[in-house]
Design a protein around this ligand. Structure first.
Ligand code: ATP
Length: 456
Protein backbone atom coordinates (compact mmCIF):
# COMPACT_ATOMS: atom_id res chain seq x y z
CA UNK A 1 0.00 0.00 0.00
CA UNK A 2 2.93 2.32 0.35
CA UNK A 3 2.95 4.84 -2.47
CA UNK A 4 6.31 6.39 -1.67
CA UNK A 5 7.39 5.93 -5.29
CA UNK A 6 4.73 8.26 -6.58
CA UNK A 7 5.47 11.07 -4.14
CA UNK A 8 7.78 13.94 -4.87
CA UNK A 9 10.60 14.29 -2.35
CA UNK A 10 10.56 17.70 -0.68
CA UNK A 11 13.55 19.99 -0.96
CA UNK A 12 15.59 20.58 2.19
CA UNK A 13 18.55 22.91 2.53
CA UNK A 14 21.57 20.58 2.61
CA UNK A 15 22.97 22.01 5.87
CA UNK A 16 19.77 21.22 7.76
CA UNK A 17 18.79 17.89 6.21
CA UNK A 18 21.05 16.06 8.68
CA UNK A 19 19.44 17.77 11.64
CA UNK A 20 15.95 16.73 10.53
CA UNK A 21 17.17 13.19 10.04
CA UNK A 22 18.63 13.10 13.55
CA UNK A 23 15.32 14.33 14.97
CA UNK A 24 13.35 11.67 13.05
CA UNK A 25 15.81 9.01 14.30
CA UNK A 26 15.51 10.18 17.88
CA UNK A 27 11.72 10.18 17.55
CA UNK A 28 11.80 6.54 16.50
CA UNK A 29 14.49 5.43 18.97
CA UNK A 30 12.85 6.97 22.01
CA UNK A 31 9.24 6.09 21.28
CA UNK A 32 7.93 9.43 20.07
CA UNK A 33 6.82 8.61 16.54
CA UNK A 34 6.73 5.39 14.50
CA UNK A 35 5.87 4.83 10.85
CA UNK A 36 2.29 3.57 10.57
CA UNK A 37 1.95 -0.20 9.95
CA UNK A 38 5.73 -0.53 9.98
CA UNK A 39 5.80 -4.34 10.10
CA UNK A 40 3.96 -4.36 6.75
CA UNK A 41 6.43 -2.00 5.14
CA UNK A 42 4.72 1.17 6.33
CA UNK A 43 1.84 3.24 5.03
CA UNK A 44 3.22 6.37 3.55
CA UNK A 45 2.33 9.72 5.13
CA UNK A 46 0.73 8.11 8.20
CA UNK A 47 2.48 8.13 11.57
CA UNK A 48 1.82 6.62 14.98
CA UNK A 49 2.70 8.38 18.23
CA UNK A 50 4.52 6.08 20.64
CA UNK A 51 4.37 6.09 24.46
CA UNK A 52 6.44 9.29 24.73
CA UNK A 53 5.06 11.06 21.65
CA UNK A 54 1.45 10.56 22.68
CA UNK A 55 2.16 12.52 25.87
CA UNK A 56 3.85 15.32 23.93
CA UNK A 57 1.00 15.71 21.44
CA UNK A 58 -1.57 15.48 24.23
CA UNK A 59 0.26 18.25 26.10
CA UNK A 60 0.22 20.43 22.97
CA UNK A 61 -3.54 19.96 22.59
CA UNK A 62 -4.13 20.48 26.32
CA UNK A 63 -2.10 23.70 26.27
CA UNK A 64 -4.24 24.92 23.34
CA UNK A 65 -7.51 23.94 25.05
CA UNK A 66 -6.44 25.53 28.34
CA UNK A 67 -5.59 28.77 26.55
CA UNK A 68 -8.56 28.86 24.17
CA UNK A 69 -11.36 27.45 26.35
CA UNK A 70 -10.61 27.14 30.08
CA UNK A 71 -8.82 30.39 30.68
CA UNK A 72 -11.43 32.58 28.93
CA UNK A 73 -15.10 33.20 29.49
CA UNK A 74 -16.00 33.77 25.84
CA UNK A 75 -15.15 30.46 24.13
CA UNK A 76 -16.88 27.11 24.52
CA UNK A 77 -15.80 23.67 23.30
CA UNK A 78 -17.35 21.19 20.89
CA UNK A 79 -16.59 17.67 19.64
CA UNK A 80 -18.29 16.91 16.31
CA UNK A 81 -18.51 13.72 14.32
CA UNK A 82 -16.03 13.21 11.50
CA UNK A 83 -18.75 12.13 9.07
CA UNK A 84 -21.22 14.90 8.33
CA UNK A 85 -24.17 15.36 5.97
CA UNK A 86 -22.79 15.57 2.40
CA UNK A 87 -24.62 18.87 1.87
CA UNK A 88 -22.27 20.44 4.46
CA UNK A 89 -19.40 20.07 1.98
CA UNK A 90 -21.45 21.48 -0.88
CA UNK A 91 -22.31 24.54 1.19
CA UNK A 92 -18.73 25.00 2.39
CA UNK A 93 -17.40 24.91 -1.17
CA UNK A 94 -15.29 21.78 -0.62
CA UNK A 95 -17.09 19.59 -3.19
CA UNK A 96 -16.56 22.14 -5.95
CA UNK A 97 -13.36 23.81 -4.92
CA UNK A 98 -11.22 21.84 -2.43
CA UNK A 99 -8.79 20.85 -5.12
CA UNK A 100 -5.10 21.08 -5.87
CA UNK A 101 -3.68 21.13 -9.40
CA UNK A 102 -1.91 17.86 -10.17
CA UNK A 103 0.72 17.12 -12.83
CA UNK A 104 2.47 13.82 -13.62
CA UNK A 105 5.95 13.31 -14.98
CA UNK A 106 5.48 10.88 -17.87
CA UNK A 107 8.97 9.45 -17.44
CA UNK A 108 9.58 9.03 -13.70
CA UNK A 109 5.85 8.71 -12.87
CA UNK A 110 6.08 11.05 -9.93
CA UNK A 111 3.11 13.29 -9.13
CA UNK A 112 3.60 16.94 -8.30
CA UNK A 113 1.43 19.78 -7.16
CA UNK A 114 1.52 22.18 -10.09
CA UNK A 115 1.59 25.14 -7.66
CA UNK A 116 4.58 23.66 -5.75
CA UNK A 117 6.83 22.86 -8.71
CA UNK A 118 9.55 25.23 -7.55
CA UNK A 119 10.26 23.10 -4.45
CA UNK A 120 9.54 19.69 -6.05
CA UNK A 121 12.32 17.28 -6.91
CA UNK A 122 12.66 14.79 -9.78
CA UNK A 123 11.68 11.24 -8.82
CA UNK A 124 14.70 9.67 -10.50
CA UNK A 125 17.32 12.16 -9.34
CA UNK A 126 16.12 13.95 -6.22
CA UNK A 127 18.92 16.52 -6.41
CA UNK A 128 17.30 17.86 -9.61
CA UNK A 129 14.05 19.64 -10.33
CA UNK A 130 10.74 18.16 -11.48
CA UNK A 131 10.94 17.33 -15.17
CA UNK A 132 14.76 17.46 -15.26
CA UNK A 133 14.81 13.71 -16.05
CA UNK A 134 13.63 14.71 -19.52
CA UNK A 135 10.10 13.52 -18.85
CA UNK A 136 7.22 15.60 -20.09
CA UNK A 137 4.90 16.99 -17.42
CA UNK A 138 1.20 16.47 -18.11
CA UNK A 139 -1.32 19.31 -18.19
CA UNK A 140 -2.47 20.25 -14.69
CA UNK A 141 -5.76 18.70 -13.68
CA UNK A 142 -7.77 19.47 -10.56
CA UNK A 143 -7.79 16.79 -7.90
CA UNK A 144 -10.29 16.90 -5.01
CA UNK A 145 -8.54 16.26 -1.70
CA UNK A 146 -11.52 14.86 0.19
CA UNK A 147 -11.55 11.17 1.11
CA UNK A 148 -14.82 9.47 0.22
CA UNK A 149 -16.47 6.50 1.85
CA UNK A 150 -19.94 4.93 1.91
CA UNK A 151 -22.45 5.09 4.71
CA UNK A 152 -24.33 1.80 5.12
CA UNK A 153 -23.79 -1.50 3.30
CA UNK A 154 -24.49 -0.40 -0.29
CA UNK A 155 -21.65 1.21 -2.18
CA UNK A 156 -23.59 3.55 -4.45
CA UNK A 157 -23.39 7.27 -5.16
CA UNK A 158 -26.38 8.09 -2.98
CA UNK A 159 -24.49 6.75 0.05
CA UNK A 160 -21.25 8.66 -0.42
CA UNK A 161 -20.02 10.56 2.64
CA UNK A 162 -16.77 12.40 3.13
CA UNK A 163 -14.13 12.17 5.85
CA UNK A 164 -14.03 15.76 7.03
CA UNK A 165 -11.09 17.72 5.57
CA UNK A 166 -11.34 20.31 8.40
CA UNK A 167 -13.08 20.57 11.76
CA UNK A 168 -14.36 24.11 11.16
CA UNK A 169 -17.66 23.18 9.51
CA UNK A 170 -18.79 21.43 12.71
CA UNK A 171 -18.70 24.78 14.48
CA UNK A 172 -20.71 26.56 11.76
CA UNK A 173 -23.46 23.95 11.54
CA UNK A 174 -23.78 23.96 15.35
CA UNK A 175 -23.78 27.75 15.62
CA UNK A 176 -27.50 27.96 16.47
CA UNK A 177 -27.34 24.96 18.84
CA UNK A 178 -24.55 26.54 20.84
CA UNK A 179 -26.19 29.96 20.79
CA UNK A 180 -29.43 28.51 22.19
CA UNK A 181 -27.99 26.14 24.76
CA UNK A 182 -24.91 27.97 26.01
CA UNK A 183 -26.79 31.32 26.17
CA UNK A 184 -24.00 33.23 24.45
CA UNK A 185 -23.79 36.85 23.39
CA UNK A 186 -21.47 38.13 20.68
CA UNK A 187 -18.51 38.10 20.62
CA UNK A 188 -18.02 34.44 21.42
CA UNK A 189 -16.13 31.47 20.03
CA UNK A 190 -16.49 27.73 19.54
CA UNK A 191 -13.38 25.57 19.69
CA UNK A 192 -12.68 22.00 18.70
CA UNK A 193 -9.75 19.64 18.28
CA UNK A 194 -9.95 16.48 16.20
CA UNK A 195 -8.93 14.43 13.22
CA UNK A 196 -9.17 15.69 9.64
CA UNK A 197 -8.31 13.90 6.41
CA UNK A 198 -6.89 15.22 3.14
CA UNK A 199 -5.74 13.12 0.24
CA UNK A 200 -2.67 15.32 -0.20
CA UNK A 201 -0.84 14.98 -3.53
CA UNK A 202 2.58 15.48 -1.99
CA UNK A 203 2.63 14.60 1.69
CA UNK A 204 6.02 14.63 3.37
CA UNK A 205 8.49 16.22 5.71
CA UNK A 206 7.65 13.79 8.52
CA UNK A 207 4.62 15.03 10.52
CA UNK A 208 4.36 18.27 8.55
CA UNK A 209 2.05 17.17 5.75
CA UNK A 210 0.14 13.92 6.24
CA UNK A 211 -3.14 12.57 4.95
CA UNK A 212 -4.62 12.03 8.40
CA UNK A 213 -3.90 14.72 10.95
CA UNK A 214 -5.36 16.55 13.90
CA UNK A 215 -6.51 20.15 13.90
CA UNK A 216 -7.11 22.69 16.64
CA UNK A 217 -9.61 25.22 15.30
CA UNK A 218 -11.68 28.00 16.77
CA UNK A 219 -14.43 30.10 15.17
CA UNK A 220 -14.86 33.48 16.87
CA UNK A 221 -18.19 35.16 15.97
CA UNK A 222 -18.28 38.94 16.08
CA UNK A 223 -20.45 41.87 15.10
CA UNK A 224 -19.72 43.09 11.53
CA UNK A 225 -17.63 46.22 11.81
CA UNK A 226 -15.73 44.84 14.82
CA UNK A 227 -14.15 42.09 12.74
CA UNK A 228 -10.85 43.77 11.83
CA UNK A 229 -10.18 44.61 15.49
CA UNK A 230 -10.69 40.94 16.44
CA UNK A 231 -8.67 39.75 13.46
CA UNK A 232 -5.69 41.79 14.68
CA UNK A 233 -6.26 40.54 18.22
CA UNK A 234 -6.25 36.83 17.25
CA UNK A 235 -3.20 37.16 15.03
CA UNK A 236 -1.24 38.50 17.98
CA UNK A 237 -2.67 36.02 20.50
CA UNK A 238 -1.92 33.00 18.39
CA UNK A 239 1.58 34.17 17.50
CA UNK A 240 2.39 34.71 21.17
CA UNK A 241 1.00 31.31 22.22
CA UNK A 242 3.91 29.54 20.52
CA UNK A 243 6.42 31.91 22.11
CA UNK A 244 4.92 31.39 25.56
CA UNK A 245 5.47 27.67 25.12
CA UNK A 246 9.12 28.17 24.35
CA UNK A 247 9.46 28.55 20.57
CA UNK A 248 12.49 30.76 19.85
CA UNK A 249 11.40 34.15 18.46
CA UNK A 250 13.94 33.99 15.63
CA UNK A 251 12.18 30.85 14.34
CA UNK A 252 8.65 32.27 14.30
CA UNK A 253 7.00 34.90 12.14
CA UNK A 254 3.59 36.19 11.13
CA UNK A 255 3.10 36.49 7.39
CA UNK A 256 0.16 38.49 6.08
CA UNK A 257 -1.26 37.10 2.83
CA UNK A 258 -1.13 39.27 -0.27
CA UNK A 259 -4.56 40.17 -1.68
CA UNK A 260 -4.16 37.67 -4.55
CA UNK A 261 -3.66 34.81 -2.04
CA UNK A 262 -6.97 35.49 -0.29
CA UNK A 263 -10.13 33.44 -0.79
CA UNK A 264 -12.77 35.57 -2.53
CA UNK A 265 -14.82 36.00 0.68
CA UNK A 266 -11.90 36.61 3.08
CA UNK A 267 -11.14 40.09 4.37
CA UNK A 268 -7.73 39.11 5.67
CA UNK A 269 -5.54 36.10 6.30
CA UNK A 270 -2.17 35.65 7.97
CA UNK A 271 -0.04 32.60 8.70
CA UNK A 272 2.03 31.90 11.76
CA UNK A 273 5.12 30.37 10.18
CA UNK A 274 7.93 28.36 11.71
CA UNK A 275 11.46 28.04 10.37
CA UNK A 276 11.65 24.26 9.91
CA UNK A 277 14.91 22.67 8.73
CA UNK A 278 13.17 22.49 5.30
CA UNK A 279 12.30 26.19 5.28
CA UNK A 280 9.68 28.65 6.59
CA UNK A 281 6.29 26.90 6.56
CA UNK A 282 2.76 27.42 7.87
CA UNK A 283 1.90 26.32 11.39
CA UNK A 284 -1.45 28.03 11.65
CA UNK A 285 -3.67 30.32 9.59
CA UNK A 286 -5.74 33.16 11.04
CA UNK A 287 -8.49 34.36 8.72
CA UNK A 288 -11.26 36.94 8.71
CA UNK A 289 -13.89 34.89 6.86
CA UNK A 290 -16.59 37.59 7.08
CA UNK A 291 -20.13 36.11 6.98
CA UNK A 292 -19.39 33.60 4.20
CA UNK A 293 -19.84 30.34 6.16
CA UNK A 294 -23.01 31.16 8.09
CA UNK A 295 -24.61 32.61 4.94
CA UNK A 296 -23.72 29.54 2.89
CA UNK A 297 -25.21 27.19 5.48
CA UNK A 298 -28.31 29.37 5.76
CA UNK A 299 -28.78 29.09 2.02
CA UNK A 300 -28.11 25.36 1.74
CA UNK A 301 -29.97 24.23 4.87
CA UNK A 302 -32.79 26.74 4.77
CA UNK A 303 -32.21 27.41 8.50
CA UNK A 304 -31.77 30.97 9.70
CA UNK A 305 -28.30 31.40 11.22
CA UNK A 306 -28.57 35.12 11.98
CA UNK A 307 -28.17 36.66 15.41
CA UNK A 308 -30.39 39.13 17.23
CA UNK A 309 -28.31 41.75 19.00
CA UNK A 310 -30.33 42.77 22.08
CA UNK A 311 -28.28 45.87 22.76
CA UNK A 312 -28.29 47.30 19.24
CA UNK A 313 -31.85 45.95 18.65
CA UNK A 314 -30.83 44.64 15.23
CA UNK A 315 -30.48 41.27 13.47
CA UNK A 316 -27.43 40.37 11.43
CA UNK A 317 -25.25 37.46 10.30
CA UNK A 318 -22.09 37.49 12.44
CA UNK A 319 -18.63 37.70 10.95
CA UNK A 320 -16.12 35.06 11.95
CA UNK A 321 -12.43 35.12 12.75
CA UNK A 322 -10.81 31.70 12.49
CA UNK A 323 -7.46 30.67 13.98
CA UNK A 324 -6.85 27.21 12.46
CA UNK A 325 -3.85 25.27 13.74
CA UNK A 326 -2.54 21.73 13.28
CA UNK A 327 -1.75 19.63 16.36
CA UNK A 328 0.80 17.49 14.50
CA UNK A 329 2.52 20.45 12.86
CA UNK A 330 2.69 22.25 16.20
CA UNK A 331 4.09 19.10 17.84
CA UNK A 332 6.73 18.88 15.10
CA UNK A 333 7.65 22.55 15.57
CA UNK A 334 8.00 22.15 19.35
CA UNK A 335 10.11 19.03 18.81
CA UNK A 336 12.39 20.62 16.22
CA UNK A 337 12.78 23.82 18.24
CA UNK A 338 13.59 21.92 21.43
CA UNK A 339 16.16 19.60 19.84
CA UNK A 340 19.68 20.53 20.82
CA UNK A 341 23.09 18.92 21.02
CA UNK A 342 25.72 19.99 23.53
CA UNK A 343 28.62 18.57 25.45
CA UNK A 344 28.26 17.24 28.97
CA UNK A 345 31.14 15.62 30.82
CA UNK A 346 33.11 15.29 27.59
CA UNK A 347 30.27 13.52 25.75
CA UNK A 348 27.90 14.88 23.12
CA UNK A 349 24.34 14.61 24.29
CA UNK A 350 21.06 15.10 22.44
CA UNK A 351 18.55 16.99 24.55
CA UNK A 352 14.98 18.14 24.05
CA UNK A 353 14.70 21.49 25.79
CA UNK A 354 10.93 21.30 25.91
CA UNK A 355 8.86 23.66 28.01
CA UNK A 356 7.98 21.75 31.24
CA UNK A 357 4.25 21.96 30.36
CA UNK A 358 4.95 20.11 27.11
CA UNK A 359 7.55 17.65 28.41
CA UNK A 360 6.14 14.10 28.06
CA UNK A 361 7.65 12.97 31.38
CA UNK A 362 8.01 15.58 34.12
CA UNK A 363 10.45 13.80 36.42
CA UNK A 364 12.53 10.63 36.55
CA UNK A 365 13.47 8.99 39.83
CA UNK A 366 16.74 7.08 40.21
CA UNK A 367 18.28 5.19 43.09
CA UNK A 368 22.03 5.86 42.94
CA UNK A 369 22.71 2.26 43.99
CA UNK A 370 20.61 -0.89 43.74
CA UNK A 371 20.99 -1.56 47.46
CA UNK A 372 20.91 -0.01 50.94
CA UNK A 373 17.16 0.62 50.71
CA UNK A 374 17.59 3.14 47.89
CA UNK A 375 15.32 1.40 45.29
CA UNK A 376 12.56 1.09 47.91
CA UNK A 377 12.90 4.76 48.84
CA UNK A 378 12.83 5.75 45.14
CA UNK A 379 9.62 3.75 44.65
CA UNK A 380 8.05 5.47 47.65
CA UNK A 381 8.79 8.86 46.05
CA UNK A 382 7.55 7.64 42.68
CA UNK A 383 4.24 6.53 44.18
CA UNK A 384 3.75 9.99 45.65
CA UNK A 385 4.45 11.79 42.34
CA UNK A 386 2.57 9.41 40.05
CA UNK A 387 -1.01 10.68 40.53
CA UNK A 388 0.07 14.20 39.56
CA UNK A 389 2.10 13.83 36.36
CA UNK A 390 3.96 11.24 34.26
CA UNK A 391 7.14 10.00 35.96
CA UNK A 392 9.65 7.29 35.14
CA UNK A 393 11.85 5.01 37.22
CA UNK A 394 15.28 3.90 36.04
CA UNK A 395 17.94 1.94 37.89
CA UNK A 396 19.88 0.57 34.88
CA UNK A 397 23.41 1.74 34.13
CA UNK A 398 25.48 4.65 35.39
CA UNK A 399 23.70 7.73 36.68
CA UNK A 400 25.15 9.76 33.78
CA UNK A 401 23.67 7.35 31.27
CA UNK A 402 20.29 7.51 33.01
CA UNK A 403 20.32 11.32 32.91
CA UNK A 404 21.18 11.18 29.20
CA UNK A 405 18.22 8.88 28.43
CA UNK A 406 15.88 11.37 30.09
CA UNK A 407 17.53 14.33 28.32
CA UNK A 408 16.64 12.71 25.01
CA UNK A 409 12.93 12.74 25.81
CA UNK A 410 13.06 16.18 27.44
CA UNK A 411 12.41 15.24 31.10
CA UNK A 412 13.04 18.51 32.98
CA UNK A 413 14.05 17.02 36.33
CA UNK A 414 15.99 13.98 37.49
CA UNK A 415 15.52 13.03 41.15
CA UNK A 416 18.25 10.89 42.68
CA UNK A 417 18.01 8.94 45.90
CA UNK A 418 21.47 8.43 47.39
CA UNK A 419 23.28 7.59 50.61
CA UNK A 420 22.42 10.98 52.13
CA UNK A 421 18.70 10.50 51.39
CA UNK A 422 18.70 7.54 53.74
CA UNK A 423 20.18 9.73 56.48
CA UNK A 424 18.42 13.08 56.21
CA UNK A 425 15.54 12.58 53.70
CA UNK A 426 16.95 14.94 51.06
CA UNK A 427 17.18 14.05 47.36
CA UNK A 428 19.11 15.70 44.54
CA UNK A 429 17.11 17.38 41.76
CA UNK A 430 19.04 17.71 38.52
CA UNK A 431 18.02 20.34 35.98
CA UNK A 432 17.94 19.11 32.35
CA UNK A 433 19.11 22.39 30.81
CA UNK A 434 21.65 23.65 33.33
CA UNK A 435 22.75 20.11 34.33
CA UNK A 436 23.17 21.46 37.89
CA UNK A 437 21.89 19.70 40.99
CA UNK A 438 20.36 20.92 44.21
CA UNK A 439 19.28 19.12 47.33
CA UNK A 440 15.75 19.40 48.60
CA UNK A 441 13.84 17.49 51.24
CA UNK A 442 11.68 14.72 49.83
CA UNK A 443 8.60 16.17 51.56
CA UNK A 444 9.11 19.37 49.52
CA UNK A 445 9.60 17.57 46.21
CA UNK A 446 5.99 17.34 44.98
CA UNK A 447 4.95 20.94 45.81
CA UNK A 448 8.23 22.23 44.37
CA UNK A 449 7.82 20.36 41.05
CA UNK A 450 4.15 21.38 40.79
CA UNK A 451 5.18 25.02 41.38
CA UNK A 452 7.84 24.78 38.69
CA UNK A 453 5.47 23.24 36.10
CA UNK A 454 2.75 25.81 36.79
CA UNK A 455 5.12 28.73 36.85
CA UNK A 456 7.26 27.80 33.90
P1 ATP B 1 -1.18 24.03 3.59
O1 ATP B 1 -1.13 25.31 2.79
O2 ATP B 1 0.09 23.71 4.32
O3 ATP B 1 -1.74 22.87 2.81
P2 ATP B 1 -3.69 24.94 4.53
O4 ATP B 1 -3.55 26.42 4.41
O5 ATP B 1 -4.46 24.19 3.51
O6 ATP B 1 -2.23 24.28 4.75
P3 ATP B 1 -5.66 25.02 6.56
O7 ATP B 1 -6.74 24.50 5.71
O8 ATP B 1 -5.65 26.47 6.90
O9 ATP B 1 -4.25 24.59 5.96
O10 ATP B 1 -5.60 24.13 7.89
C1 ATP B 1 -5.24 24.67 9.14
C2 ATP B 1 -4.04 23.96 9.72
O11 ATP B 1 -4.21 22.55 9.69
C3 ATP B 1 -2.73 24.20 8.98
O12 ATP B 1 -2.16 25.43 9.35
C4 ATP B 1 -1.91 23.03 9.45
O13 ATP B 1 -1.33 23.28 10.72
C5 ATP B 1 -2.93 21.94 9.57
N1 ATP B 1 -2.89 21.09 8.36
C6 ATP B 1 -3.51 21.30 7.20
N2 ATP B 1 -3.23 20.32 6.31
C7 ATP B 1 -2.41 19.46 6.96
C8 ATP B 1 -1.76 18.23 6.58
N3 ATP B 1 -1.94 17.68 5.38
N4 ATP B 1 -0.97 17.62 7.50
C9 ATP B 1 -0.79 18.14 8.73
N5 ATP B 1 -1.38 19.29 9.14
C10 ATP B 1 -2.18 19.94 8.27
Amino acid sequence: MTDEATEAPQAAPAHDAGRMERIVNLAKRRGLVFQSSEIYGGLSSCWDYGPVGVELKRNVKDAWWREMVWSRGDIVGLDCSILMHPRVWEASGHVAGFTDPLVDCKKCKVRFRADHLAEARCGLTPTRRAGDCGGELTEARQFNLMFKTFMGPVEEDANVVFMRPETAQGMFVNFANVLDTARRKLPFGIAQTGKSFRNEITPGNFLFRTREFEQMEMEFFVKPGEDMKWYEYWKQERYEWYLRLGIKPENLRLREHASDELAHYAKGCADVEYRFPFGWSELEGIANRADFDLKQHTQFSGKDLSYFDEEARERYVPYVIEPAAGADRATLAFLVDAYDEDEVEGETRAVLRLHPRLAPVKAAVFPLMRKAGQPEKAHEILTRLRPHFPVQYDQAGSIGRRYRRQDEIGTPWGVTVDHQTMEDGTVTVRDRDKTTQERIHESELLPELLRRIAGA
